[in-house]
Design a protein around this ligand. Structure first.
Ligand SMILES: C[S@@+](CC[C@H](N)C(=O)[O-])C[C@H]1O[C@@H](n2cnc3c(N)ncnc32)[C@H](O)[C@@H]1O
Length: 260
C-alpha cells in the first residue's frame, strides 16, 4: 500500500527555521557538516563534468533550503523550486525576496564558491541563483503529477534532497514517488538525488522527525525498477568516531540516474 507522510502532522513537527539553524551552518560541528560537504562536492563534480546539461531543472521539496541548487545555477537557466508546507514556503520566500530576517546561507555559499573555484562573491552567487529561479510551485510526490494542478513541461534535470525519505512511509511508496517524479523528466533527462542512509529519525528541536531508513541495495533496486538507469551511486559511511545523537543515520548517498 502506498503510504505517505501526513502533511499537517509533518508541518506541526518540522520547524523549518530551526532545521536550518541546527544543520546548515557549515563548520558548526553538527552531523550535517559531513553531509553538506559530501553533497555539495558531488553536485559540483556532476555539473562540472558536463554530463548533466539542458535548460530546465526542477527541484522537488526545495523549501526551506537552497544549498542543493548553488552549483546547479551555473548550468541551468530555468529553475523551478517547490514547497510542500506553507511554513517551509514562508521560510524560502524570505530568502527569495532577500529579506533581512532570511536564513544566513553564507557559510555554505562560501564553501560552494571555494570548491567551484568561483571568484564570485557570496552575494553575487546568491543573486545568480535567485535570477535563475523562474517558478515557485507546490509539490506532492504522492501525486502522479507531483506539481498538479500545474502542468509543467518535462525538465532536463530533476533534483531532490532529503525529501523522499521524509515523504514516503514505506518502501513501496518510495518506488511510487520515484515513478511520479519520472513524469516530470524528459526521456534521457537526469535525476540527481541525495539523502541519509539508515536514518529512522533526525531531531528538529525536541521533535524526532520521521525518516524512512534506506540503504544502497534498496536504492539501486528501487531506482532501476522505477524507470531510470543509474549512472553513479556514491555513499559516505558515518565516521566511526562520530558521536551525534540527533539522528541514527549510518551515512549519506548521492545518486545520478537517467530516465530511460
Ligand atoms: C528534511 S526536508 C528537506 C528539505 C530540503 N530539500 C533539504 O534538502 O534541506 C524534507 C522535505 O520533504 C518534503 N515533503 C514531505 N512530504 C512531501 C510530499 N508528500 N511531497 C513532496 N515533498 C514532501 C517536506 O515538505 C520537506 O521540504
Amino acid at each position: 500500500m502506498s503510504d505517505f507522510t501526513n502533511t499537517s502532522e509533518y508541518e506541526e513537527q518540522f520547524d523549518p527555521r530551526l532545521y536550518l539553524e541546527t544543520y546548515f551552518h557549515l563548520g558548526s560541528g553538527s552531523l550535517a557538516d559531513d553531509f553538506i560537504r559530501f553533497v555539495l562536492e558531488n553536485f559540483n563534480k556532476t555539473f562540472k563534468s558536463g554530463a548533466v546539461k539542458g535548460s530546465t531543472l526542477i527541484d522537488i521539496g526545495t523549501a526551506p533550503s537552497i544549498y542543493q541548487l548553488l552549483s546547479a545555477c551555473e548550468n541551468f537557466d530555468d529553475i523551478t523550486v517547490t514547497w510542500h508546507t506553507n511554513r517551509e514556503l514562508r521560510e524560502l520566500q524570505k530568502w527569495l525576496k532577500n529579506e533581512p530576517d532570511a536564513f544566513d546561507w553564507s557559510s555554505i555559499v562560501k564553501h560552494v564558491c571555494e570548491i567551484e573555484g568561483n571568484s564570485a562573491s557570496q552575494k553575487e552567487k546568491e543573486e545568480k541563483l535567485r535570477g535563475k529561479i523562474k517558478q515557485v510551485l507546490m509539490c506532492d510526490v504522492s501525486k502522479c503529477n507531483p506539481l498538479a494542478p500545474h502542468e509543467a513541461p518535462k525538465a532536463d534535470c530533476l533534483v531532490t534532497t532529503v525529501c523522499l525519505e521524509a515523504a514516503c512511509k514505506s518502501y513501496e511508496s518510495y518506488g511510487t514517488a520515484l515513478k511520479n517524479l519520472s513524469n516530470l523528466i524528459k526521456p534521457k533527462g537526469h535525476l540527481l538525488m541525495a539523502g541519509d542512509l539508515g536514518a529512522n529519525y533526525y531531531e528538529v528541536g525536541s521533535n524526532k522527525v520521521f525518516s524512512l531508513p534506506v540503504n544502497e541495495k534498496f536504492l539501486k533496486n528501487v531506482i532501476s525498477e522505477s524507470g531510470y538507469e543509474i549512472i553513479q551511486l556514491v555513499a559516505f559511511g558515518k565516521p566511526e568516531d562520530a558521536a551525534f545523537d540527533t539522528s541514527d543515520y549510518e551515512g549519506f548517498y548521492f545518486v545520478h540516474a537517467q530516465k530511460k
